[in-house]
Design a protein around this ligand. Structure first.
Ligand code: PHE
Length: 473
């Protein structure tokens, strides 16, 4: 690279940007529902253990590879493996995976924007109609919202690391925390809210089985933005003085705290709407919950706070989710952009345009695979189910390749780059890391049981998803 590498301007900026990536739709809706259905406090406890004992070491591995090489994932794998072609596959996977996840995540973000505009312009009643979602995602409006989402992403990313990504995170993350706390207070003041809190938090260990364990771990892994090259790329924008272990712990803590707090917003809202609801009646997916279930609940709040009050609550909720989604989308899209910039020596503008163009084509293919275009709607079928293009992208990249990427980075740092290099990198800027118990834990876990666990998840996903044979759960 000609010019010196871009950098975050401050430690806080780096932490907020990484937390901005981590805090996303997964935290705000995926986690609360997962917890409510699967043992409440027991799920939370298990999730926190996974975050700190399994995901944190992987995050450290990713960040240290990035900072050591000062390169994008492709360049980093190539440099540390002395251009081994075997490892370049892992590098490519860490570029293609985030790109493809950006494809489906941007489609969901487009829908969120549509619902935000709907709630803010007084259409809450329409949004709460069960048929609305299906009609909305097949309407031509989504193309307009898609342009807006892409334009916002472009505006942030063309500003570069410090003026774009860091500034956006410094603005959006505090706003997000603020809105979340405000929503929690508002929701807790509603009737029957405490029934939801009880439901959310009372531990029920009998609900925990191998399927739940697997789900909690996958959720934690995705929630911390691992396996997508993001933490490698963001790590490459910090200097040797930065304390990686300290920052990573804060990112993990923030992510978990937001997920936990989101539960205090979602579940009491649901219970105040229907105190007798059973957890099995909660929607299966985050998408179903955001777009069909919650608008209904917000509308029902009008009996206590009036239509305008309910519309404001819904708007704040969708704005909150929108901010969380945008900071995640920015982080994930920066990965291929950074790779093109340093590997193909493109300017930021050109790299953005090229990736943007490809993103538009593929996101459009996803967006029209809900019935608009037959070929993409019934794109493939496996394990006895017909899958749309959107489903296939999620199954292949999010469900399957994500844990594989985690497995590869663990094997890479332990057995190719070697643990003493990992230790040395993590110790730079972090007084007291060397010879600490934490260092020993990171080195042992990354080289042994974490890759084994990720391998088991990967194999189980392949057999379940594509062959219909579940080994676990
Ligand atoms: N961590 C995000 C979440 O919890 C997931 C994500 C990150 C998705 C980055 C895309 C890009 O929703």
């Amino acid at each position: 690279m000609g010019a010196s590498r871009e950098q975050f301007g401050s430690r806080l900026g780096f932490i907020l940007a990484a937390a901005g990536s981590a805090v996303g739709i997964g935290n705000l809706v995926g986690f609360p529902v997962g917890a409510a259905k699967n043992g409440g406090g027991a799920f939370l406890f298990m999730y926190a253990i996974f975050v700190f004992f399994i995901c944190l070491p992987v995050m450290l591995a990713e960040m240290s590879v990035g900072r050591n090489t000062q390169k994008d994932p492709l360049g980093a794998y190539s440099m540390l493996s002395q251009r081994s072609s075997k490892w370049s596959i892992a590098g490519w996977l860490s570029i293609i995976t985030p790109f493809m996840i950006a494809v489906f995540y941007s489609v969901i973000t487009v829908w969120i924007l549509g619902y935000l505009v709907g709630a803010a312009t007084g259409d809450l009643e329409a949004l709460a109609n069960p048929d609305y979602f299906g009609e909305f995602i097949n309407s031509s409006q989504i193309f307009v919202y898609m342009i807006v989402v892409l334009a916002i992403m472009y505006l942030i990313l063309q500003g570069g690391v410090k003026q774009g990504i860091e500034k956006a995170a410094k603005l959006m993350m505090p706003a997000l925390f603020f809105m979340l706390i405000g929503m929690v207070i508002f929701v807790l003041m509603q009737d029957n809210a405490m029934a939801g809190v009880k439901f959310y938090l009372i531990p029920d260990f009998s609900k925990i089985d191998s399927g739940v364990v697997n789900g909690a771990l996958s959720q934690a892994f995705f929630s911390l933005s691992l396996g997508m090259g993001i933490m490698i790329t963001y790590g490459s924008y910090i200097n040797k003085k930065a304390d990686i272990p300290g920052s990573a712990k804060l990112v993990a803590l923030t992510d978990t705290a937001v997920a936990f707090t989101a539960g205090l917003m979602i579940l009491p809202a649901i219970y105040s709407f229907n105190p007798n609801i059973q957890p099995d009646e909660l929607s299966e997916s985050s998408v179903g919950l955001i777009f069909t279930f919650l608008p209904k609940i917000f509308l029902a709040l009008q009996t206590s706070v009036g239509f305008v009050g309910a519309s404001i609550a819904a708007s704040v909720f969708f704005l909150l989710v929108f901010f969380a989604a945008i900071t995640s989308l920015v982080s994930i899209f920066e990965v291929p952009v950074a790779a093109l910039m340093s590997e193909k020596r493109m300017s930021r503008q050109r790299a953005l345009l090229l990736c943007g163009l490809l993103l538009i084509i593929l996101s459009l293919m996803c967006a029209v695979s809900f019935g608009m275009i037959d070929f993409l709607t019934g794109f493939m079928s496996y394990a006895g189910a017909e899958k749309s293009f959107f489903d296939v992208v999620i199954d292949v990249f999010y469900e399957t390749i994500l844990p594989l990427n985690g497995l590869l980075i663990c094997l890479f740092v332990s057995y190719r780059w070697k643990k003493h290099n990992l230790s040395q990198e993590l110790a730079a800027g972090s007084e007291g890391y060397s010879a600490s118990l934490f260092e020993k834990y990171v080195n042992v876990s990354v080289g042994t049981f974490i890759p084994i666990i990720l391998l088991v998840i990967f194999i189980n996903t392949v057999t379940t998803k594509y062959f219909g044979v579940a080994l676990i759960g």
